[in-house]
Design a protein around this ligand. Structure first.
Ligand SMILES: *Cc1c(COP(=O)(O)O)cnc(C)c1O
Length: 375
């Protein structure tokens, strides 16, 4: 049997976690949290990285930092995980969905400006499969209309756009370290803050509305309640688990890319024969092999393909049901313009096994089953 995902684990995870236990230091903002944040800051070049309990929580922090108010509108794709929308709906905002591009499954940057109204406050982009949105165009539109840009880079750790790490281009970037992502701490994430001037506000929000971070740095002699806030600190034990992977991040990334390339080479003849479609990585985008997907002709053929793989002991899965078609999406949001690709393309897409530890031979055998598929 070939699983769809096996969560990554660094060799030293056990050792590092035991160290936390031995030192009786498992609460938030300990030594490993610091190591992880510093690693991310150094690798991405962001002004500040704050480790959080999830990408969902990082996005909620971003919505608070962007001062999203009831009735505000936030432009985003409908083809995404619920957290992209929920973070803003929790603040009373309205998600305004625009169509995606069929090549990358990312928000179509050319459709964004038409969705801007006097209520628009932010654009939340999602870098699907670790392939960047067209950020130059998006930042230019945001600049002209005074909008905050939040990057849902849950799938984008170690990927870049024109040399810039995903999550560092917009005002705020959100990483996920959920066990389904390239690097895992079980449950966890990170908020990346581009501008130094927003760091203190973010620290306060993350520390239950107190200025405790400042206190720990010795900048003040007691800490108090200064603003809104909640608790978004992960245990240092989870950070220890993550750090064991960040230390070998290049090795993990290269292994994933080798698998991705093997899929691509194996399946290219099928794509050239018009039987399936393969993912597209535009120029300027360096991806991280978060996902390998193919597109079938339609939903019926996809169902048959997933079944054929399953009969051969291979688990493949489809992905997001567009948010605007879900009950909550209809209640809280609206779709602007025509749904030309979101539904159609989402119904054709299927994800193939992809994880650190999968072998090239397994990829070959998966591709053999795909090649043998007959309608
Ligand atoms: C996984 C994912 C999330 C949620 O991440 P959590 O860390 O589980 O909260 C949000 N957005 C996208 C695009 C994701 O893939």
């Amino acid at each position: 049997m070939i699983n769809f995902n096996v969560p990554p684990c660094g060799e030293k995870a056990g050792e590092y976690m035991q160290e936390c236990v031995r030192n009786q230091k498992i609460c938030g903002d300990g030594a490993y949290t610091k190591k992880c944040s510093e690693w991310i800051e150094q690798r991405t070049g962001t002004a500040k990285c704050l480790l959080t309990t999830s990408c969902t929580h990082a996005t909620e922090l971003a919505a608070l930092l962007a001062d999203i108010q009831p009735g505000d509108e936030v432009i985003m794709p409908s083809y995404t995980f619920v957290s992209t929308a929920n973070a803003f709906v929790l603040r009373g905002a309205v998600p305004v969905f625009v169509d995606i591009r069929p090549d990358t499954m990312n928000i179509d940057e050319k459709l964004i400006e038409d969705a801007v109204t006097e209520k628009t406050r932010a654009i939340a982009v999602v870098h699907y499969a670790g392939v960047s949105c067209e950020m130059d165009t998006i930042m230019e539109i945001a600049g002209r209309h005074g909008l905050t840009v939040i990057e849902d880079a849950a799938q984008g750790v170690m990927a870049s756009y024109k040399g810039k790490a995903l999550g560092t281009i917009g005002d705020f970037g959100c990483f996920s370290f959920h066990e389904t992502k390239n690097y895992s701490m079980g449950e966890g994430g990170a908020l990346l803050i581009r501008d130094e001037s927003r760091v203190e506000d973010a620290e306060i929000l993350r520390e239950k509305g107190t200025n405790r971070s400042k206190y720990y740095r010795g900048q003040i002699d007691k800490y108090t309640w200064v603003n809104l806030g909640s608790s978004y600190l992960p245990s240092d034990m989870n950070a220890a688990y993550l750090y064991a992977q960040l230390e070998i991040a290049d090795e993990i990334n290269n292994a994933r890319l080798a698998l991705w390339n093997r899929y691509y080479e194996n399946l290219l003849p099928l794509a050239e024969a018009g039987r399936i479609e393969l993912p597209v990585v535009p120029e300027g985008c360096v991806h991280n092999a978060h996902m390998f997907y193919i597109k079938a002709k339609d939903i019926e053929e996809r169902t048959a393909r997933i079944k054929a793989l399953k009969e051969n002991g291979i688990l493949s899965v489809f992905h997001y049901i567009p948010l605007h078609t879900a009950a909550a999406g209809q209640k809280f949001g609206r779709f602007h313009g025509e749904d030309k690709y979101t539904t159609r393309e989402s119904e054709r897409l299927m994800r193939l096994p992809m994880y650190y530890g999968l072998t090239l031979e397994q990829v070959d055998s998966i591709c053999d089953v795909i090649k043998r598929f007959q309608e």
